[in-house]
Design a protein around this ligand. Structure first.
Ligand code: GUN
Length: 292
């Protein structure tokens, strides 16, 4: 429909730009390398890493996945990352979350060299993002949402943005990006979460709503102002006996009832997901460029 924000098309534009950059690096003898680290056999993580690896290959980025047993100790994982930090053929390191419960994610993300931190989860990159340093690595999903909005010409300057969710992977960095004093940002950001009151009245004032709260169809039509721009980051598994797998994936947005009143809206799938991968590849090419 006419008001869809086509994440796949915008992502493929970014992939073209990244492929050009990879080509230029290779002509200078630099072969961008990306390593995925996966601990255990979480099915969603397997699928995500598989998709990212395939895309890296298509763009000419050398990638490999190190799969560790779920019983791997935190120290073993830290030692492995230390080795990758010192390996000059590796420009980007991505440790797929979630990690097993005996491993502290924060310690692990802090071990990845900030120069190879294509996920943007190291405290140095988190801090630099907060400070408005355009040169830092930005987490891929919020950076992808920002690119979607920019490339769809959604006005951000002074816009009322509601972010549903305050997680470290999406909500917090998303707020940081959009409230920055910068030409492509300057938004008025409200972050809502599980303890927020008056969620509907906050949402009804929003020009842009970014849903990343991890609750199926959380955002309903009566929470959306006519003409608002809606971005659905959610990936939720719900039971579905009629499906072969026994479940299906739904977003945080009640799409069918909201699409007719929204100004613009992302489909899900086909909205934010492809952008996350596109930003990861972009970050990897940039890591390789900055290291030489
Ligand atoms: N798990 C869910 N999202 C992400 C992500 O963006 N990066 C990593 N490493 N793990 C994730």
């Amino acid at each position: 429909m006419h008001n869809l924000i086509d994440g796949k098309a915008i992502a493929s534009q970014i992939h073209k730009e990244t492929a050009d950059q990879v080509e230029k690096l290779k002509s200078r003898g630099i072969h961008p390398g990306l390593v995925f680290v996966r601990v255990g056999e979480d099915p969603a993580s397997r699928a995500y890493v598989g998709m990212k690896e395939k895309m890296a290959e298509e763009l000419g980025i050398a990638s490999r996945t190190l799969v560790l047993d779920s019983s791997t100790s935190q120290q073993q994982l830290l030692d492995l990352i230390d080795g990758l930090n010192h390996d000059s053929s590796v420009h980007g390191i991505l440790v797929q979350a979630p990690l097993p419960s005996h491993i502290d994610e924060r310690v692990v993300f802090s071990m990845v060299s900030p120069r190879k931190d294509v996920d943007g989860f190291h405290p140095v990159n988190v801090g630099r993002l907060m400070l408005g340093d355009a040169e830092c690595f930005r987490p891929c999903t919020p950076a992808g949402v920002h690119e979607l909005l920019k490339r769809s010409h959604v006005p951000l300057d002074g816009a009322n943005v509601v972010i549903l969710g305050r997680g470290n992977i999406v909500g917090k960095p998303m707020a940081s990006i959009l409230m920055q004093k910068a030409p492509d940002a300057n938004a008025t950001v409200t972050v809502l979460h599980s303890r927020s009151r008056d969620i509907t009245s906050h949402c009804l004032r929003a020009d842009i709503i970014i849903a990343a709260i991890g609750s199926p169809h959380f955002l309903k039509a009566d929470m959306v102002k006519s003409g608002a721009v809606i971005v659905d980051v959610g990936v939720n598994r719900i039971e579905d006996p009629s499906s072969k797998r026994g479940y299906r994936l739904v977003g945080d947005v009640d799409f069918h009832l909201i699409q007719p009143i929204a100004g613009r809206i992302t489909p899900n799938p086909g909205g934010v997901g492809p952008m996350t991968i596109a930003m990861l590849m972009h970050n990897t090419a940039r890591a390789a460029h900055q290291m030489h």
